[in-house]
Every structure is written in structure tokens, then in C-alpha cells.
Ligand binder design. Structure first.
Ligand code: DON
Length: 564
């Protein structure tokens, strides 16, 4: 069966290979290198990160350079106006997680997106200045630098400055994406340079204002963004457009080091992001729920395979909506939610002959509980350190507010809060009190930068964009490798599906094989193929048995693996 899966994938896979002297018969593999690798959404950014490691920098230095290069080359998600999460594993096995997620401004209120009738006005939480949360990216990068950086910071930011100054060549996919958002840019701004023309492949975008911003950060450091000239540009522009972000909010922003969520799945240790991400807890719930079913006895993406996974996902996302939020504001019963006894109880009413109806399922009972366009890159360095980073403005180009004098977009992360219990956000996710808006609170996320260990050794680094589908995309990639023996590239390229409790349907990619749909429908599953041409965009690195690295760069985007 595994060979059949491989043959099928070999036909599908778009291999982003540079020549390799390794021959792996029958396998369709990605780039293989000996020592170090970056896999990110743009070739420019992957190259810049690798160049830093060639100069002797470590994975953390490479993270800073890659991140800033994505800001310039992939402005729909790469950012300094947004936030993100980083999970790391050092070569001595030490692990950690950094939370540089956006926070609600101090003037935010629980009902700020409700109209007089109490209806959510999602335009306000999604587009324009009121949607903007306090950005965390620059604080995150400087925190990483202070703890782990080795090369001079000026060197790490220099390639992004050069890229912004000389310009970035627009790809086909980027041109389509920019042109699609023209009206949104007009709605949210008085002006942005990205409105200047209809973009086409091969055009070059130069960022003169952003070049200056990066140069100021190069000279003055973190405070330039949070207290300096750039802070002034951000606050003046946001307030002119009717937003509530203040100078005090920027000055008060702080990152948080957090303990990663760790759990075992079939002799592998999974290390992922804790709250305010829902990623680690949901992944633990889903993978621990399916572990007893020995999923590899079923064909990949077959009806029984999808049934087990969908039912585990349905239950985990129902819990997500009720229990999860910012851990600095709400108590999260992590141990109970991820215990084997609890999860076995949750799966007890799974029926092979009939889909569970989401309408008949809600959160589980936890005794004693009282209360509530993103981009991912993976890096492994020549010293054996690894980082997984997912960073976002939330939607493509965030709030579409482009700080004119600073030359960058601001996030619309406020939409990740639950504006009203039971009303879905842009990803159809429903939340409750735990994720209600409050001043200085972090909004719940699905971003799941993840590292997998086997026998105490690094095995895989991965993550994805895709809002609510991030968690299930990461899980499917882990299963593809651990249970179906796929190469990293095959795992990344394989068609994906997703279920999130509500809406009660299995979302599938347009490339997904329709063969099993009749049997799934007979069992009571709804299939939604309508608006998901792609689900997630996974960039991953697999450590092969001989210690070399295989990159999986997602062919759904312009993603690229580079290494040495
Ligand atoms: O934090 C979250 O879960 C969302 N703001 C992520 C948004 C996202 O992945 C958009 N990408 N396609």
C-alpha cells in the first residue's frame, strides 16, 4: 500500500530540487543537503537565511535574516506589523517557545465590533485601523537575538535592507494576489505603493520607505519600532484612520517565553506551540485520540482514515472554541484536555457506521473547570539547532492598512478574538468567553510551529499558514511521514482535508481524489470542495537516517528549500 501511495504521489509532486548526488529509488524527494537548510515561502528569503549560516551564523541568526527578508519579499504575510510564534530545539536537546503574538490595544473593549443591534461588524475587525493589534514581530526578533544571536545584528538585517532598496521581482502568484486586493487596499488606506499599477510577473517592487525604516532599526534597535520615529508613524496613521492603537500600547509591548506543549505519538516526541496558540493542545488531542486506531492499517486518505481523523478533529475543535484563550487571562485545563482517559471518553461515541453530528457535540466535560495569511519557515543549522517559526498579519496583507511613512502593512489580528460568542470569525472559528476581547490580551491563534524528535534526536521541523487549517495540515504531514513513510516532499505535496467541528463539513483541496466521497456521504459526512483550492502551505525539513536533511517546500506557493 505504501508503495502505491508513493507511485501516486510521484506523479503529483513538483520537486524543488537542486541537483543532489543522492539517489533514492522510487522516492520523489525534495532538496537534500548535508548540513543546513531553510525552507520558506520565497527563494530570496531562504537564500538569505542560508547565507547567514554559511557565514557562521546559527539557526537563530538565520531566523532573523529570513524573517526580515520575508517582510520584503512576501509582504502579504511576512511582516514587522504583525506577530508570530517560534519553537526551537538546540543541539543539546533544550527546547523552548517564544510568543510574540499581537495584543489588544488598551482601549479595546469586549463589544467593540458589535453594532447597536448586537451584530458583529466583521468589516471593522478585518479591514482598516480598528482591526490592528499591537505588533510583536520586532520585539520577538530582538528577544531571539539577545538570547541566541551570534553574528552582529547589523549583518542580519542588512540583506533585507538591500532587498528593499534594490527591489523584489514579482512572481505570477504574487501578482495575482496583489491585484486581487486592490479594492481592499483602497478601502483601508489613503494610499499605498502597491496600488500604483496592475502587477504582472517580472515587475520589480522597490520599497524606499521600508528601506529607511529598516535602516533606522539597524541603527537604533528595538526601541525604534516601539518608541522611536517608526512608532510615531504607526500611531499617527492608525489614529488618523480611526484606530485605537496608542503610543503607550507600543511602548508597553512585551514578548513571553513559554513552555512548549510536548507529547508522545508512537515513540516520537512532538514539540509544539502552547496557548495563546491552540496548535499544541489541539494537535495533542487529535494525535492522542487517533493513536489507538493504528491508522497505518488504512490506505492514505481512504474513507476509514478520514473518518478517524475527522472525528478526532471535530472533538478537538469543539474544545478549542470553549476552553482556549490567552493563558495570561484565562485558566486552561491543559492536562485534562490532553489526558488519554479524557480523549478516550471523547472518542467513545465515534461510530464507524455514522458520522457524529457537530450539532449534537459540544465541548467535553472537564471536572473543576469554572470559567474560556500567515507564513511558516523551518530552519536547521550546521550545529544541529532547529527553529520553526510561523508569523502573520492574519489575513493577506493584514488590515490592508499600509503605514505610509514606514512602508509596511499592519495586522488585522483582532479578528482572531471571539467578537461575540457563537459568531464565526474569518476562518469560521467560533469562540467563547475564554477568547473574548480584553485590553492587553492576546487573541487565540492556530499557528503551530512544530518540531518532532525520535529517540532524543531531531527528526522533523514543520509548520503552515492557513488559519484554522494550520493544525490539521501539520498533523497530516506528521502522519504522512511517520505512518506512510513518505519523503518530506511527498508528505508536503500530498492532498489535504480538514474538519473543525463547525461548520460540520470536511473541507478538501480541489486536487483531492473524489473516489471516497460517495462512501463518506453515505456515512453522513458533508464534503465541501467549494472554496478550498488549497489547504495550508507547509514548509518542512526532515532529518534522514544518515543525518542529511530533506526539504519539503510546498508547491502550492512559490516556496523554496535552500541549503548546503
Ligand atoms: O493566528 C492565527 O491562527 C491566524 N491569524 C493565522 C492566519 C493565517 O494562517 C492566514 N493564512 N493563510
Amino acid at each position: 500500500m505504501k508503495n502505491l501511495v508513493r507511485l501516486f504521489l510521484t506523479a503529483l509532486v513538483c520537486v524543488q530540487c537542486t541537483p543532489s548526488n543522492k539517489t533514492i529509488p522510487e522516492k520523489s524527494h525534495g532538496l537534500i543537503t548535508e548540513k543546513a537548510m531553510v525552507v520558506s515561502a520565497r527563494n530570496e528569503a531562504s537564500k538569505i537565511g542560508v547565507e547567514i549560516m554559511k557565514q557562521g551564523g546559527n539557526a537563530f541568526d538565520a531566523m532573523i535574516a529570513t524573517d526580515l527578508a520575508l517582510l520584503v519579499s512576501y509582504p502579504s504575510a511576512g511582516n514587522i506589523g504583525g506577530g508570530g510564534f517560534m519553537v526551537y530545539r538546540q543541539n543539546n536537546g533544550a527546547i523552548g517557545a517564544l510568543d510574540y503574538r499581537e495584543k489588544a490595544p488598551s482601549a479595546a473593549t469586549k463589544n467593540m465590533y458589535l453594532d447597536a443591534q448586537g451584530t458583529v461588524n466583521s468589516d471593522k475587525s478585518q479591514i482598516g485601523a480598528l482591526a490592528v493589534g499591537v505588533p510583536g514581530t520586532i520585539a520577538g526578533l530582538f528577544e531571539v537575538y539577545e538570547k541566541f544571536g551570534t553574528l552582529p545584528f547589523e549583518k542580519l538585517i542588512a540583506p533585507a535592507i538591500e532587498l528593499a532598496e534594490k527591489g523584489v521581482v514579482v512572481t505570477e502568484k504574487q501578482a495575482q494576489n496583489l491585484n486581487k486586493h486592490t479594492d481592499n487596499f483602497k478601502d483601508a488606506n489613503r494610499r499605498t505603493i502597491l496600488l500604483d499599477k496592475v502587477w504582472k510577473k517580472g515587475d520589480t517592487i522597490k520599497y524606499p520607505k521600508l528601506t529607511q525604516t529598516l535602516k533606522r532599526i539597524q541603527i537604533h534597535g528595538r526601541d525604534e519600532f516601539y518608541k522611536g520615529e517608526t512608532a510615531g508613524y504607526i500611531v499617527d496613521y492608525v489614529q488618523k484612520l480611526g484606530g485605537i492603537l496608542s503610543k503607550e500600547d507600543l511602548a508597553a509591548y512585551e514578548v513571553k517565553w513559554r513552555d512548549p506543549i510536548t507529547f508522545e505519538y508512537k515513540n516520537h516526541k512532538i514539540i509544539s506551540m502552547p496557548p495563546p496558540s491552540s496548535g499544541g493542545i489541539c494537535m495533542a488531542q487529535i494525535l492522542k485520540s487517533i493513536e489507538p486506531y493504528n491508522i497505518d492499517q488504512y490506505a492514505h486518505n481512504s474513507t476509514p482514515y478520514m473518518q478517524v481523523i475527522v472525528e478526532a478533529e471535530r472533538r478537538a475543535y469543539a474544545d478549542r472554541s470553549y476552553f482556549l484563550g490567552d493563558p495570561d487571562f484565562v485558566t486552561i485545563p491543559t492536562d485534562s484536555l490532553t489526558s488519554i482517559t479524557y480523549l478516550a471518553k471523547r472518542m467513545a461515541n465515534f461510530d464507524w457506521k455514522k458520522a457524529t453530528q457537530s450539532s449534537e457535540l459540544s465541548r467535553g466535560a472537564i471536572p473543576g473547570y469554572e470559567s474560556n495569511e500567515t507564513t511558516h519557515y523551518s530552519i536547521v543549522d550546521q550545529f544541529g539547532n532547529s527553529v520553526a517559526v510561523t508569523t502573520t498579519l492574519n489575513s493577506s496583507y493584514g488590515s490592508k492598512v499600509y503605514v505610509e511613512k514606514g512602508g509596511f502593512f499592519l495586522n488585522n489580528e483582532m479578528d482572531d478574538f471571539s467578537a461575540k460568542p457563537g459568531t464565526p470569525n474569518v476562518y469560521g472559528l467560533i469562540g467563547a468567553e475564554a477568547n473574548a476581547i480584553a485590553p492587553q490580551k492576546r487573541m487565540l491563534s492556530s499557528m503551530s510551529p512544530t518540531i518532532v524528535e525520535n529517540n532524543g534526536q531531531l527528526k522533523m521541523v514543520l509548520g503552515s499558514p492557513g488559519g484554522s487549517t494550520i493544525i490539521t495540515s501539520v498533523i497530516q504531514n506528521i502522519l504522512n511521514v511517520l505512518e506512510y513513510d513518505m519523503t518530506m516532499q511527498e508528505a508536503v505535496s500530498a492532498p489535504r482535508f480538514h474538519h473543525q467541528w463547525l461548520p460540520d463539513s470536511i473541507k478538501v483541496e480541489t486536487s483531492f481524489d473524489t473516489l471516497n466521497f460517495p462512501s463518506l456521504k453515505r456515512l453522513g459526512y458533508n464534503i465541501d470542495q467549494s472554496n478550498s483550492p488549497i489547504i495550508g502551505k507547509v514548509d518542512a525539513i526532515l532529518v534522514l537516517p544518515d543525518g542529511t536533511l530533506e526539504g519539503g517546500a510546498d508547491p502550492r506557493g512559490d516556496d523554496s528549500a535552500v541549503g548546503f
